[in-house]
Design a protein around this ligand. Structure first.
Ligand code: SAM
Length: 379
């Protein structure tokens, strides 16, 4: 296995370059990567029009959208309602004239106070009362639109501006409330709808198919041996608990939906974890792993097994992953996942280090360096 450094690709592993791109920027996803990373991997892997790419952790659909633009078929799954929803809305085709008429009708509606109650303390704290009233008013108006794809288009526009008008600030793994002046939601919504309708006016001649849905990467709803390539990024060990970070969107727009995410991020029963230890023992020395790491790598073991099952011989895999940072030290997820992949049958060809940062305890004391890496495998 080759290990090399490619810091010039570091920014491509972030969502930042997407912020300027039509459609990609319809919903800001801090945990996402960029279109250009996907373009480069499609080229590197020799993927052609008509091939099929899988993203088992699709997030807001960056891989899927990039594939569509290149005429490549794609399949994506995620467990988070806001992410699946954003992917769906971004990968559909629309009639701009219908959207324009509906957009005008929405923006001309006179405000009427709606009934709304929430037991979610974060939602209560994250908005000025008037902003929250506007969100609920527009949400309920948009819910009444009969055509589901038109309805979803406007709901995503509203979700986008709702977060821009909130006092919530996603700081890594936690949401902080920072009060500051916010623009009127109605004005931002009008502008956002204008941008989005403009984005879909540009001609798009690609015929690629794209399927997006709720699904758990540990049990892929995909036939065996049919995938030409996988481009993805799983949750990182010890990082973000997605259901917490997106709880405002979930409460306002998707109450009661969603599946369970990888166990790096949900409550772990150490007894169950210890019983599972054997799966990893064949691959790595897990004797000094904490319960969270054991749960994470056991889950990823299942994911990689599924990736292997659905891939055809010769299929290429590109995975962006960051290492774990704990007070007791750094966990090299990139190396451990590569070992698991080899154990399952992949040829783990490369670990391309994209960026490095210090892992600290008590915010100042350095305990080691973590890497964000691109893993390249072949079946
Ligand atoms: C690093 S993000 C991927 C972002 C994506 N590459 C993009 O550009 O939008 C990881 C994603 O994995 C999802 N996820 C967590 N557990 C999952 C599971 N068991 N099955 C499928 N998706 C899962 C999270 O909801 C999150 O959207």
């Amino acid at each position: 296995m080759i290990i090399r450094e490619k810091p010039e690709w570091g920014e491509l592993a972030t969502f930042v370059p997407n912020k300027r791109l039509p459609v990609y920027n319809w919903f800001y996803y801090k945990e996402g990567y960029s279109r250009d990373l996907v373009f480069r991997l499609l080229e590197l892997f020799g993927i052609e029009r008509g091939d099929t790419i899988l993203d088992p952790f699709a997030g807001v659909g960056t891989t899927l959208l990039a594939c569509m633009q290149k005429g490549v078929n794609s399949i994506g799954f995620d467990v988070q309602p806001p992410a699946v929803f954003a992917s769906l809305v971004k990968t559909r085709k629309y009639d701009a004239n219908i959207l324009e008429d509906t957009g005008n009708a929405i923006m001309n509606m006179r405000f009427v106070q709606q009934d709304f109650s929430t037991s979610n303390p974060l939602v209560k704290r994250a908005f000025k009362r008037q902003t929250l009233d506007d969100v609920i008013f527009f949400r309920d108006m948009i819910m009444d639109i009969g055509d589901s794809s038109v309805r979803d288009f406007f709901m995503l526009a509203l979700m986008n501006v709702t977060m821009k008008c909130s006092w919530a600030w996603k700081d890594g793994a936690v949401i902080k409330i920072r009060k500051h002046p916010v623009p009127p939601l109605r004005k931002l919504l009008k502008r956002q709808i204008g941008f989005m309708i403009n984005d879909i006016r540009s001609p798009d001649s690609t015929k690629a198919s794209c399927s997006v849905g709720f699904g758990d990467a540990r049990k892929l709803k995909v036939e065996s041996d049919c995938i030409d390539g996988i481009i993805t990024s799983p949750p990182y060990l010890n990082k973000i608990e997605y259901s917490k970070i997106y709880s405002i969107e979930e409460e306002l727009f998707f109450r009661g939906m969603g599946l369970s995410s990888l166990r790096s991020h949900i409550g772990i029963n150490p007894e169950n974890v210890i019983r599972e230890r054997n799966k990893l023992d064949d691959v790595v020395d897990a004797s000094n792993f904490n319960p969270q790491s054991i749960a994470y790598f056991n889950d990823m073991y299942e994911v990689i097994k599924e990736m292997y099952r659905v891939s055809r011989d010769g299929a290429k895999v590109g995975i962006v992953v960051g290492n774990g940072c704990f007070p007791e030290g750094v966990v090299d997820s990139d190396m451990i996942l590569s070992k698991i992949a080899e154990h399952i049958g992949f040829d783990a060809k490369e670990v391309v280090v994209l960026s490095k940062r210090w892992c600290t305890k008590n915010r100042v004391e350095k305990v080691g360096q973590t890497r964000e890496s691109l893993l390249v495998w072949e079946k």
